[in-house]
Design a protein around this ligand. Structure first.
Ligand SMILES: [Mg+2]
Length: 421
């Protein structure tokens, strides 16, 4: 069987491991667009490149305190949203994604904590290692979610006892509550975890798949997006059971609907992907609308400096680069450039500027989000890279190595480009 392991209200549970006073209370972890990176002062970013780094951004602001104050602006407005709510908070109707402002109206005694990404990454990594020691095949699906394949390792009859034991073992060793679902298919196992929450286990044997999914609302199934939900609503398909009974209708909707049907019925078992190598790295920030293009270019310089530092640390050579913009009143815009050269920060910064010129389709439109990323890593071989610029690039790269040493020691803000100041 396959199992799905999900940490219960992970960010809150993680805070509780270092602050036991939070246990049993209504607690929310807040998040807001990180503006600090664009500050003209030193911005105190930290870089995380470990395993779970591929599921969330790589740069985080290191918060000085972690109370409600960091979500209150100078004008007294409470900003930000909840990224996690404890079960005690959920009892007040508070959910993940709700604004902190609204959550505090529903539950004035709600304790708000700032994010501590370093802690979450460390605990996620520890849980990954813990699971790898106990289960031969483990896939990390997100910072707080794992799949395991027990086939040939634990017999189906022993699975319920095994996962129940595992749940208590994780609680004992890492002091973190998890819920675990088991089934022959990955998708049904994930659904089973939802029924087990919080701190529970649930096993669905093949014969019971249709009765298990029978009354689950359509929108609860991962992969049923808003377009598919609307289509289901049109045909009065409210639950997964309704959907399974309408096989010929679903199959007439095309290949995506067919594959969805197979996942819901448990016929598609889903293979585990174990530690896929990193394919790209990016950085992005959302902010209040800005129309001044000089300020946007300054921000792009800052993001490119941070990303270049991360790329130098990863010791990869990206050959495709992309930039995306969100406008307040226009559709998003995105463009990419491929270039096989030896990576260096100076050239990268220039590329980002070129990309911006290409991407900025509404030059007087207000921009609310910037993202840049780099991918298609090549081996650092002279042969695959352009020889024309190799000498210059090699010199610039040697300079990057020196800057990296300085930044490792004093932070990414220790060296800035003149245009940022
Ligand atoms: Mg979770």
């Amino acid at each position: 069987m396959k199992i799905h392991i999900d940490l219960d209200c992970f960010f809150v549970s993680a805070q509780r491991t270092i602050d036991p006073d939070l246990i049993g209370k209504a607690v929310g972890v807040g998040g807001r667009g990180d503006q600090y990176i664009f500050s003209h002062e030193k911005s105190n970013q930290e870089l995380l490149l470990n395993n779970s780094g591929s599921f969330v951004g790589s740069f985080f602001h290191r918060y000085a305190g972690d109370d409600l104050n960091q979500f209150i602006d100078a004008d007294g407005r409470v900003r930000g949203i909840l990224t996690t709510a404890s079960y005690e908070a959920r009892a007040y109707g508070i959910n993940t994604g709700m604004s902190i402002h609204e959550a505090l109206i529903r539950c004035p005694q709600l304790i708000i904590k700032g994010p501590n990404m370093q802690l979450y990454h460390r605990l996620s990594h520890e849980l990954h290692q813990f699971l790898q020691e106990r289960i031969p095949l483990i896939e990390q699906a997100s910072i707080d979610e794992f799949y395991g394949d027990l086939e040939g390792w634990i017999s189906d009859e022993e699975v319920p006892a095994f996962i129940d034991h595992l749940r208590h073992e994780i609680k004992r060793h890492l002091n973190l509550p998890v819920s675990i679902g088991a089934a022959n298919s990955k998708h049904i196992a994930k659904l089973a975890t939802e029924s087990a929450k919080p701190f529970g286990c649930y096993t669905v044997v093949d014969d019971n798949v249709s009765s298990f999914v029978h009354s689950i609302p359509v929108q609860k199934f991962p992969g049923i997006g808003s377009a598919m939900q609307r289509k289901c609503a049109q045909y009065h398909l409210q639950t997964l059971g309704d959907l399974l009974r309408a096989k010929s209708l679903i199959f007439s909707w095309g290949p995506y609907a067919q594959s969805l049907y197979d996942r819901i019925s448990g016929n598609d078992l889903g293979e585990l992907t174990v530690s896929a190598p990193r394919k790209s790295i990016g950085i992005s920030r959302t902010f209040d609308p800005i129309t001044n293009r000089d300020e946007i270019r300054r921000r792009i310089s800052i993001l490119s400096r941070h990303l270049a530092y991360a790329i130098t640390k990863l010791e990869v050579n990206p050959t495709t680069f992309s930039l995306s913009l969100h406008y307040l009143h226009h559709p998003k815009s995105h463009s990419a450039i491929s270039e096989s050269r030896l990576f260096n920060e100076q050239r990268f910064r220039q590329l980002c500027r070129e990309l911006f010129a290409k991407t900025d389709l509404h030059i007087s439109g207000a921009i609310t989000h910037l993202g840049i990323s780099a991918g298609s890593f090549s081996v650092h071989s002279r042969r695959t890279l352009s020889l024309i610029d190799y000498e210059d690039d090699a010199k610039a790269r040697a300079f990057d190595q020196k800057s990296r040493t300085i930044r490792d020691k004093y932070g990414c803000d220790a060296l800035k480009w003149g245009s940022e100041l």
